[in-house]
Design a protein. Structure first.
Length: 289
């Protein structure tokens, strides 16, 4: 028996890495799971999780940058499962955007990043919102530590050439806060949170390193997908909304407690963190009773 018995989870970008770990974690707690990915390997992932968990796990081929593909995915999930309780927005692309691109190349790169990392999240929220309202569910948006405060005073986040990736993830902060406040203001018990995650051992991160890939010493400093999956489960059990959780290498991968006002406090030193999103007060709304 798990705390998600009888629930239905959705994970995008689940053919490998974090998405696979998230789907496996949801199933381990009793959820049936719908997963999608542009990679065909997503079908084998669904079969493996179903076999090991005993849950119903279905794979849907879907390029989330394509609005019609998202419509087909959502229609299929609602048809096959009847509704959803947890939606994990994990699918994304990462890469650099050189400053010397031609105008046509720059526009194409902008479209590629924002269709995948931004538009898809918006469309999925809109499509699944009625079911989430009915079933009092959760949205978890997977973001990056690039949008968290610097680790050192006067420091910076992100990296050279990652303007499109970083800016696309900053947009998600607006989604998280607006949706959390919007659902609560309408009396709906739908919780919306994000995880701002640092270096985690995934194929996407390993692919950034050319040649033989990262050294064992570098990888030893990374977090693991299993740690991030447990953080997701802890967040779903906690019940908060409107938070962007900090998950940093070198720090405990755990859910930070909330303050006496219901706002999250960080597991990082206070000068390195913010209460809720971007220091706004009140940062989160308690779910309506």
């Amino acid at each position: 028996m798990g705390f998600l018995d009888g629930k239905v989870g959705v994970v995008t970008g689940a053919a490998q890495g974090l998405g696979t770990a998230y789907a496996r974690a949801l199933a381990s707690e009793g959820a049936d799971v719908a997963i999608c990915d542009v990679k065909p390997e997503v079908s084998a992932v669904a079969d493996e999780i179903a076999a090991t968990s005993g849950r119903t796990v279905r794979a849907y081929p879907c390029d989330v940058s394509d609005a019609e593909a998202i419509r087909g995915f959502v229609d299929g999930v609602l048809r096959d499962f009847g509704g959803v309780d947890v939606v994990v927005m994990n699918a994304a692309i990462y890469g650099s955007s050189p400053l010397d691109l031609s105008r046509e190349e720059a526009l194409a790169e902008y479209q590629r990043f924002y269709d995948t990392n931004v538009k898809s999240v918006y469309l999925l929220e809109r499509a699944f919102a009625p079911s989430l309202v009915e079933r009092e569910g959760d949205i978890v948006v997977i973001s990056t530590d690039h949008v968290l405060p610097p680790l050192e005073p006067g420091g910076t986040r992100g990296g050279p050439g990652s303007d499109l990736y970083d800016s696309s993830k900053w947009v998600l902060n607006g989604y998280i806060q607006a949706w959390a406040l919007g659902f609560a203001a309408q009396g709906h018990n739908v919780r919306v949170n994000g995880i701002g995650m640092g270096a985690t051992d995934t194929p996407m991160l390993r692919g950034v390193f050319p040649g033989d890939g990262p050294s064992d010493e570098i990888v030893a400093g990374w977090m693991t997908p299993a740690q991030q999956a447990q953080l997701l489960l802890d967040l779903l059990q906690d019940g908060r909304t409107g938070d962007l959780i900090s998950s940093e290498p070198g720090h405990p991968v755990e859910l930070p407690p909330r303050s006496a006002y219901g706002q999250p406090v960080s597991n990082l030193p206070i000068e390195q963190f913010h209460h809720g999103l971007m220091g706004l007060e009140p940062a989160i709304w308690e779910p309506p009773s």
